[in-house]
Design a protein around this ligand. Structure first.
Ligand SMILES: Cc1cc2nc3c(=O)[nH]c(=O)nc-3n(C[C@H](O)[C@H](O)[C@H](O)COP(=O)(O)O)c2cc1C
Length: 194
């Protein structure tokens, strides 16, 4: 669902302020997904694109999270920027980005990361680090002087917000919270108790 203008502006302000405050990893976010037993599974990923339509990250589609998203295409994201005392929470359905969007982003990645995407069977058991490094060297040799295509199992997902909440740290724990929820075809905006 397209975010309302105020939410777009608030997210933009939060991210810019975090970058300006030299937050160490301003695009880092927790991504929570659902496992097969209905349990919750969470890990960090990096935000690689966003607009009113959603928040994009890239990963191995055969990883644990990739398999979970294929089964249950829904997620929650959490950003926290310590320098600026700001938290953003996003919840909503997830859809894969287009092949073209994934290709475009993959082509901007450093060569080492491109090779890493081929070398890593993300989330599968690995008997030793040397096995992984050997795979990287083999791939490097095979691709000398050639560009590296995007692996078919590596792509992006867009979390399409149905809820976005902004939390601004204030003194005496009297924080400000603004929650936007998409309900009955429109966005509801509420201020919440901290
Ligand atoms: C700060 C940070 C950023 C990360 N960014 C990504 C990312 O953008 N994509 C990714 O696949 N894994 C990323 N990881 C690794 C994931 O947290 C996770 O270990 C990996 O994706 C496997 O997760 P899974 O087994 O649940 O699929 C990042 C880890 C950290 C600590």
């Amino acid at each position: 669902m397209m975010l309302p203008e105020e939410a777009v502006e608030r997210f933009d302000d939060c991210l810019r302020a975090a970058e300006k405050a030299r937050e160490i990893e301003p695009t880092a976010m927790t991504l929570a997904t659902l496992d097969e037993q209905g349990g919750v599974s969470a890990r960090m990923v990096l935000l690689k694109g966003w607009n009113a339509e959603g928040f994009v990250f890239y990963t191995n589609t055969l990883s644990i999270k990739g398999r979970q998203l294929a089964r249950a295409p829904t997620a929650a994201l959490v950003f926290f920027w310590k320098q600026t005392e700001c938290q953003v929470r996003v919840e909503g359905p997830v859809s894969p980005v287009s092949e073209q969007e994934a290709d475009e982003y993959f082509s901007t990645r450093a060569r080492g990361s491109q090779l890493g995407a081929w070398a890593s069977d993300q989330s599968q058991p690995l008997s030793s680090r040397s096995k992984l490094m050997k795979k990287v060297v083999e791939l490097e040799m095979r691709h000398v002087g050639r560009s590296i295509p995007r692996p078919p199992h590596w792509s992006g997902y867009r979390v399409e917000p149905e809820m976005i909440e902004f939390w601004y740290g204030r003194s005496s724990r009297l924080h400000d919270r603004f929650r936007f929820t998409f309900q009955d075809g429109q966005w509801l905006r509420q201020r919440l108790y901290p």
